[in-house]
Design a binder for this molecule. Structure first.
Ligand code: ADP
Length: 556
């Protein structure tokens, strides 16, 4: 970058010297020579693989230098001159470098990008044709000169632009070396266009600057370490169309009508057959490109559907596995619990000493916890696969609530949380008593778990529109903002529960909501204004929704 800056600054000195003087001629060639030297240095220092494209590139610049020298010696030679021959050899060498790098990097396999490059090149050709080639072909003067200036040079520019555009198919197009190479080609094209649009050009003047800048950019490209990556093979990129690419395609499509309108305004002849042919080619390529994009979208969709199916299958297998394992764990667990109960039974002939009783009580509590966990896992797996049925009967919610609350007293006391119940009286709904108790158990144990000492937990049972409502209110930590819905997801636990190592599996609320919904009701959570959370279950008095055991299908 330092070399680039210094050279760009020095290039301004060129204009301080008299035009057509030996100093200007020499300075100009010095810049070109520095580019060749920079390439030689870059190749030696960074050892790019393959290195041949860079040698071809330096040869192209050398051909330009020889063209410049011929022009300096015979400034008024008529075309086609020796200078023309040198220049016309130089262009394909530059373009050839790009082709070699694209081939080395495997860029030619990216057909979509190649089509884009062709479209852009054709759009550029339209302008070259209208503004340079067509007028030159129809101008007066010797045929040789017209062919060289009006046809060969513009074609070389098109080749150069095509190469630069094609270069975008390489994966290295985001590197500084790539940007500098393309910048050099762009300034070269600007210089050529300026010359062809300024009649009477005879070397020297501001039009020289873009050419000098090309040499400087090319030299800098070879000095940047990223030059090594330009020809490196790379894995095939996944096809996609960026906004940038779409903009270029749109500009290419619009170029013809725009050129046509401008030419019309200027009263310029355009050679309508060639323009129509070029435009048709652009349109066909755009259509081909769109078809290609649609094709890859279609393929991606098929792939997605396949992967989706596999994921569903994997999810089902996981649920089946959990159900199987939990089911098998249940049998030995219930037997452990049964025998521990027997061992703890005071009525037995051999009474236990205090220490053994304590041990056995720990075993009993732990086994109970384990059984609850296994049951939750089993139930969650069943809910997921739809194999879950309710055992429906007329149930008094008041009784359910009181019973669950009784079971909770011990836990609340240990935690230092006060428990309250408010009930409007007996409240009959059609429901599964055991599951409704489980629902309330989950809500109340959460409320106690997430409420610090000295807090209060209240259970309300009240009439609601068409049924009954159960509400569990606490003065605890509250639900984290934005978590009101997610806490009902399977295995979801809020971040603070995880970081503070609060015990739990993230299944309690998932199961509670499923039970409420299978009863035709709902369960929602909200943050309370003065801190704490509120969970509200609404249940219809009738119209229970249940699922058949086998198919998990809605039957009532
Ligand atoms: P678990 O309690 O086993 O983690 P749950 O499904 O019962 O799983 O709860 C999921 C999450 O919802 C909990 O981790 C907790 O962050 C949040 N949560 C549940 N109940 C309350 C409550 N009463 N107050 C605050 N947060 C709660």
């Amino acid at each position: 970058m330092g070399a680039l800056g210094v050279q760009l600054a020095l290039s301004a000195i060129y204009f301080l010297f008299p035009r057509y003087g030996i100093v200007q001629y020499t300075l100009y060639e010095v810049f070109a020579g520095v580019a060749v030297a920079a390439i030689a240095y870059g190749v030696r220092r960074y050892r790019p693989m393959p290195w041949a494209p860079w040698v071809v590139f330096a040869t192209g610049i050398a051909a330009f230098i020889s063209g410049d020298i011929f022009t300096d010696v015979h400034p008024n030679a008529t075309s086609p001159s020796s200078a023309d021959v040198s220049y016309l050899i130089g262009y394909p060498l530059l373009a050839g470098t790009v082709v070699m790098l694209v081939v080395a990097s495997g860029g030619y396999r990216r057909s979509g990008a190649l089509v884009d490059a062709t479209i852009v090149t054709l759009a550029f050709t339209v302008f070259q044709w209208i503004y340079v080639m067509y007028p030159a072909v129809h101008a007066s003067g010797p045929l040789g000169g017209r062919v060289v200036l009006g046809i060969l040079y513009p074609i070389m520019d098109i080749v150069l632009l095509g190469a630069a555009a094609g270069f975008f198919v390489t994966p290295a197009w985001r590197t500084p070396a790539f940007a500098l190479l393309v910048l050099g080609m762009a300034t070269q094209l600007i210089g050529d266009t300026a010359i062809s649009l300024s009649p009477g050009y005879s070397g020297a003047g501001w039009t020289d600057w873009p050419f000098m800048a090309s040499y400087i950019f090319w030299g800098a490209a070879a000095l940047d370490p990223s030059m090594r990556r330009l020809g490196e093979p790379s894995p095939r990129a996944v096809g996609g169309v960026s906004r940038w690419r779409l903009a270029v395609l749109t500009a290419a499509l619009l170029s013809v009508p725009i050129a046509r309108v401008i030419a019309d305004v200027q009263g310029r002849m355009i050679g309508v057959w060639v323009v129509a042919a070029l435009w048709s080619a652009i349109c066909l390529l755009v259509i081909a490109r769109i078809a290609g994009i649609l094709g890859s979208v279609e393929r991606a969709r098929g792939l997605l559907a396949e992967q989706n199916e596999e994921l569903i299958q994997a999810d089902r297998l996981k649920d089946e596995f959990i159900a199987l394992v939990s089911h098998d764990l249940r049998t030995p667990l219930t037997s452990i619990i049964g025998y521990v109960e027997l061992a703890l039974d005071d009525g037995s002939d051999a009474p236990l000493d205090e220490e053994r009783r304590r041990y056995l009580e720990v075993v009993a509590r732990s086994s109970d916890r384990l059984l609850r966990l296994v049951d939750d896992l089993l139930l969650a797996a069943r809910l997921q696969s739809g194999r879950f049925a309710l055992n429906v009967a007329e149930t008094d919610l008041q009784k359910v609530a009181e019973e669950v609350l009784d079971e909770m007293h011990g836990r609340a006391e240990r935690k230092g949380v006060s428990l309250f119940i408010a009930c409007d009286g007996p409240m009959i709904v059609e429901g599964d008593r055991r599951r409704l108790m489980q629902l309330l158990d989950n809500l109340l144990s959460n409320a106690i778990k997430f409420t610090p000492q000295g807090g209060r937990v209240e259970l309300r049972v009240e009439r609601a529109l068409g049924g009954a409502a159960l509400e569990v209110l606490d003065t605890g930590v509250g639900i984290e903002p934005g978590d009101e819905e997610r806490i009902f997801d399977r295995f979801y636990r809020s971040a603070s529960s995880v970081t503070e190592h609060v015990q739990g599996t993230g299944l309690g609320l998932f199961i509670a909501r499923a039970i409420a919904e299978r009863h035709g009701g709902s369960l929602v959570a909200r943050r309370r204004e003065n801190g704490g959370s509120a969970f509200r279950v609404e249940l219809p008095a009738h119209g229970i929704v249940s699922f058949t055991e086998t198919e998990g299908e809605l039957v009532a």
